[in-house]
Every structure is written in structure tokens, then in C-alpha cells.
Design a protein around this ligand. Structure first.
Ligand code: HAS
Length: 553
């Protein structure tokens, strides 16, 4: 497929990318500080609390850098496949961008002044400054506005091209954004109706279980909002980079639709240890959690089949001979491939977390922190980093020089090495009982806590060394992003680093069912209603005491 030029969407994509990389830099710096404090190598000055640092790290990396990158990528990709934004679409994107940015600046200011050390999950009854929640609310409303512009663009294209197969990129972008919209209703509800009123003193207490349930109704699909754009890079861009075609477009679309249907009715797997939700509903949502694994397995099959098909079409033979044919020296391939490898243990860790009995052992330990660093921290982030090597020069009309490619390989390997050390240590420490969300302590020199410093792998020091490598890799990436945006050689018109868009191996129309949005949205709604109605009624009927807000820091 030949990419279309879309200068207005590109300009907004560039702005989103600038915020994303600023957040990567500051968030990674806080990550380094936190790893060093946890290892006992560094003491923070009295004006800077550990929990403020931890909150800033989580919010900036998990929430801000991902969301801005995703919007940049979707704006650019929809532009390349559907055409530029309409004047109306442009206004929605502009309003959305500024609402998000003002919102996140407000929230970040509250975190840095020590008024919102509530961590990135901002659970009640921890209570932050009202401006933190108002900032979050603006951020979410801003995302709705940008998402609206992009979804509208897809449906306008579909209407103008009856009987044509919609571009895979735009189809996937639409699923991702619908998923975000439906998910964020949960967090919007608890922020607007519980957190803001509590922090402003309008109510004296809140139902904490209700808030957590609304949060996790949002929180689990949130992880797929991060993951699906990374999958888009694997499905739509990577096959072109390796000079091939996607094994199956229909299978890819079906996998995305399964994510839409199954990512909501599973949030309770984050609450398996909580009272207030009956075990039958926990069981039900755990079963559905195992269903949401299926589209990831379909993705592994489709992507790997694409690699093999491409290499075999180029004449490579033998059981493994075709693996040698893959472009290992190309950062645009190597970074996302390393990301995929990390998702194998990442996904297995997810299955462990979701298994009721094993969850009892790992919940609230560093094991979960290890899990999210090998899911969002690497499969997602490293894929985004790898994509930046073509996305940024493509958006700025520049080329990707050989030196930047080589440094990119160094960056990807450094990130992978740092993450390997840090995440293995985190998983092992978690299994030895080291808790998450805690500052440095030796628990009065308790022997169990001392063991967390005594073995080479399950050791806070190993975690900190990994953190230092990751910080180095992050600085290198931000430097490379700045170089590609401002200093790489300018390309002649239409000769910039291309936006790779692959064709599919199968041709012709897809089963009509795959774009029957009414069907998929109805199925999604039905499963949400089944999974959440009774638990919410139970929570409302418990008569649990309303809890006042606490500032524990
Ligand atoms: Fe998770 C906690 C279960 C996926 C992120 N998860 C978290 C938290 C985060 C997070 C941030 O059930 C912490 C939240 C907090 O702060 O409290 N997670 C799962 C399950 C999956 C899963 C079942 N998580 C993700 C993804 C994330 C993410 C994706 C971010 C992007 N997670 C849980 C549970 C908890 C949890 C519990 C709560 C724990 C607790 O108690 O607090 C599944 O979606 C995973 C399925 C994936 C696979 C892997 C497929 C492999 C692929 C790679 C293909 C490779 C190729 C190359 C082609 C089964 C697609 C092959 C090459 C070769 C050479 C072989």
C-alpha cells in the first residue's frame, strides 16, 4: 500500500511525540533514582519523598509517554492510510492535545510538590490534591477528543468507499480507540464522582471497593490500549520492513476484535485478594482472563508465520534456515523483535498472576513489578523505540543515517540487557516476598529482608544495575529522537524515511462480519454487563463504611 501525505496530521503527531519523549526522559530519571534508593545506594533530600518519585516515574512512563506516543503513531498512520484530517477533525485533535497537556502539567506539578504521592494507580483512600484529579480528568477528556477525531475519520472513509476493504492500520486504530473510550468511562466515573468530591471536601467519605472496581474495569483494558499499537507495528509495519507481506489480514483483524470483546470483563483479576467481590465472580473473570490470552497467541502465530513466509519466499530453506534471513542488523526490526521475545515471559507471568492460587503468592510483591516491566516496559516501549527510527524521520522529512541505525542497535541491546537484569531480579525478589510500593527498609534487619541483598540474582543491587543500564538506554533514545527530529539530513521531497505499510498475503474482501461494528460492540457490552452487574450491586448492598481520605506521606 502506498502511503498518503497528510501534513496536518503529521504536525499534530510531531507535537505528541515531543511530549512523549520529554516524559520518557524525566520518567526514566525518576526510575533510576528510585532503583538506587531501593538498593540503599542513595538517600533522597528531605524535600523529595520516595513516593513522589515513584508516582512521577509511573505516571510519566506508563500513562503519559505511552498515550502521547500512541496518539502520534495513530495520527500519522491514519493520515498515511485514510488521508489528512478534515478541518473539524483538526479542531478536535487540537482541543484534545491541549486539554491533555494542561491536565498532565497540573497533575505533574502536584506530584512534584509532594501533594499527590498516590502512585500511578492513585487508589482511594489515599488522597491527593484536587488539582491532581482535575488534571487527570482534563487528560482523559482530551484523549476522548483526539480519539473522536480519529474514529470519525475511519467511519467517514468507510462511507466514502463502499465495498472496499478498510486499511488494516485504520481498522486497528479504531478498535484500539474504541477500547480506550469504553475503558476510560470507568476511571472517569471514579475520578469525577468520588475522587474530586472527596478531595474538595464535598463528601466526607467514599466507597473504596467501588472505586477500585471502577479503576480495574479501566485498568486492565488500559494494558491492551498500550499493547495494541505495539501489535500494530508488528502486524502492519514490520512485514514491510523485512520485505514481506502479512500472513493473514483477516486473522489479525479477528484478534483485535477479540481484544475489544474480552479485555473488559476481566478487571477483577487485579482484585483477587480483595474482600467484597464474591468468589464466583472472581472465578468468572479469571476464566475470561484466559480467553483474552488467545488473541495474543494468535498474534504470535500470525507474526511468526509472516517472518517465515517472507524468508521462504526469498528462497531460504530448512527448518531454521529462514531465521538467518531476517534483518538482524536493522534496528527497525531488531528492537521490535527483542520486544516480542520479552513478551513471552511477560505473558507467562500474566498467566501466573491470573491463576487464583498463585496470585495469592505474588500479589503486591515485586513479582508484579517485574511482570509489568516485561509487558509495558519492554514489549510496548521497545517496539515504540524501534518504530521511532522510521516514524520520526518520516514525520520531519529526514533520512535515517547509518550512524543513527548503529546507535539504535546499541540502544535496543542496552535496553534489553538492563531490563533482563532488572526484571529477573524483580521476579525473584517478589517470589522471596519482597513487597512492591514500599521505600527502602530492612524491617529491623529481619533475616528475610536481609536475604533480599544476599544472592546475586534476587538482589536489590542487581535491580539497580539493571535500572542504570535502562536509564543509559533511555538517554540514548531521547538523544537519538532529538537528532532524528532536528539534525538528521533533510531528504528531497518524497524521499524521507518511508512509513512502512505492508500488504497482506491474502487478497480480496474479508468476511463482512469482521467490520460489523454493531455485532462486536453489542458482544462487548453484553459481557461487561454480565461480568459487572452483580459485583456492583453486591458492593452497593454491602453497606461498607464510607472511608475518609488519607495523606500517608
Ligand atoms: Fe498484566 C498486573 C494478568 C498482559 C501490564 N499487568 C499487571 C500490571 C500491569 C500489567 C501494569 O491476572 C500491574 C498493575 C498494578 O499496578 O497493580 N497480564 C495478565 C495476563 C496478560 C497480561 C493474563 N499485562 C499484560 C500486558 C500489559 C500488562 C500486555 C501491558 C502492556 N497482569 C495480570 C494480572 C495482574 C497483572 C492477573 C494482577 C497481578 C496482581 O495480583 O496485582 C495476558 O494478556 C498475557 C498474554 C500474552 C501471552 C504472550 C504471547 C506472546 C507473544 C510474543 C510473540 C513472540 C514472537 C517471537 C512471535 C501469552 C505475542 C517468537 C520468537 C521465538 C524465537 C520463539
Amino acid at each position: 500500500m502506498t502511503p498518503i501525505r497528510s501534513p496536518i496530521a503529521d504536525a499534530w503527531a510531531r507535537r505528541h511525540l515531543a511530549v512523549a519523549f520529554a516524559a520518557v526522559f524525566v520518567g526514566a530519571l525518576f526510575g533510576l533514582v528510585q532503583a538506587f534508593v531501593r538498593a540503599g545506594w542513595m538517600t533522597l533530600p528531605p524535600w523529595l519523598g520516595y513516593y513522589a518519585v515513584l508516582t512521577a516515574h509511573g505516571v510519566l512512563l506508563a500513562l503519559v509517554s505511552t498515550t502521547y506516543f500512541i496518539f502520534a503513531y495513530l495520527l500519522a498512520g491514519n493520515g498515511r492510510t485514510l488521508g489528512d484530517l478534515s478541518p473539524g477533525g483538526r479542531r478536535f485533535v487540537a482541543v484534545g492535545f491541549w486539554l491533555m497537556t494542561v491536565g498532565i502539567l497540573l497533575a505533574a506539578a502536584m506530584i512534584l510538590t509532594g501533594d499527590a504521592s498516590v502512585l500511578y494507580t492513585f487508589y482511594l483512600p489515599l488522597q491527593a490534591h484536587p488539582l491532581f484529579y482535575i488534571g487527570l480528568a482534563l487528560f482523559v477528556v482530551g484523549t476522548w477528543s483526539v480519539a473522536f477525531a480519529l474514529i470519525r475519520q475511519y467511519f467517514a472513509w468507510k462511507k466514502a468507499h463502499p465495498g472496499e476493504r478498510t486499511p488494516l492500520f485504520a481498522f486497528m486504530a479504531t478498535v484500539t480507540l474504541l477500547l480506550w473510550w469504553i475503558a476510560s468511562l470507568g476511571v472517569a466515573a471514579t475520578v469525577l464522582f468520588q475522587m474530586i468530591p472527596l478531595s474538595l471536601g464535598w463528601v466526607s467519605g467514599v466507597n473504596v471497593e467501588l472505586s477500585r472496581t471502577l479503576f480495574w474495569y479501566f485498568g486492565h483494558p488500559l494494558v491492551y490500549f498500550w499493547l495494541l499499537p505495539a501489535y500494530m507495528v508488528w502486524y502492519v509495519n514490520l512485514p514491510k520492513i523485512i520485505g514481506g507481506r502479512l500472513f493473514s489480514d483477516a486473522l489479525a483483524r479477528f484478534a483485535f476484535l477479540l481484544f475489544l470483546v474480552f479485555s473488559f470483563p476481566v478487571g477483577v483479576h487485579h482484585q483477587l485478594t480483595e474482600p467484597g467481590i464474591r468468589d464466583v465472580w472472581k472465578f468468572f473473570q479469571v476464566v475470561l482472563t484466559f480467553a483474552v490470552v488467545v488473541p495474543s497467541l494468535m498474534t504470535a502465530f500470525n507474526v511468526f508465520a509472516t517472518f517465515e513466509l517472507t524468508a521462504r519466499e526469498k528462497g531460504h530453506r530448512g527448518l531454521f534456515g529462514w531465521i538467518r534471513a531476517l534483518p538482524w542488523q536493522d534496528v527497525r526490526f531488531l528492537a521490535p523483535f527483542l520486544a516480542m521475545l520479552f513478551f513471552i515471559p511477560g505473558g507467562i507471568g500474566g498467566l501466573i498472576n491470573a491463576s487464583y492460587q498463585m496470585n495469592a503468592m505474588v500479589h503486591n510483591t515485586l513479582f508484579v513489578v517485574g511482570h509489568f516491566h516485561v509487558t509495558v516496559g519492554t514489549p510496548v516501549m521497545l517496539t515504540f523505540f524501534g518504530a521511532s527510527f522510521w516514524l520520526i524521520p518520516n514525520l520531519t522529512g529526514r533520512t535515517l543515517p547509518a550512524g543513527a541505525r548503529r546507535l539504535g542497535l546499541v540502544q535496543a541491546i542496552l535496553w534489553a540487557a538492563g531490563m533482563l537484569l532488572m526484571s529477573i531480579a524483580q521476579h525473584a525478589l517478589g517470589l522471596m516476598g519482597a513487597p512492591r510500593r514500599t521505600a527502602f527498609t530492612t524491617y529491623q534487619n529481619h533475616p528475610v529482608a536481609e536475604s533480599w541483598f544476599s544472592t546475586p540474582i534476587a538482589n536489590y543491587a542487581t535491580m539497580a544495575v539493571g535500572g542504570a543500564l535502562l536509564f543509559t538506554a533511555a538517554v540514548l533514545m531521547v538523544g537519538l529522537a532529538a537528532y532524528l527530529a532536528f539534525f538528521a539530513p533533510k531528504a528531497a521531497p518524497d524521499r524521507a524515511e518511508p512509513f512502512p505499510l505492508a500488504d497482506a498475503a491474502e487478497e480480496g474482501m474479508q468476511p463482512a462480519m469482521l467490520e460489523n461494528w454493531r455485532l462486536w460492540l453489542t458482544l462487548t457490552a453484553v459481557l461487561i454487563v454480565i461480568a459487572y452487574t452483580v459485583p456492583l450491586i453486591d458492593i452497593a448492598n454491602h453497606g461498607a463504611p464510607l472511608v475518609r481520605g488519607y495523606r500517608t506521606w
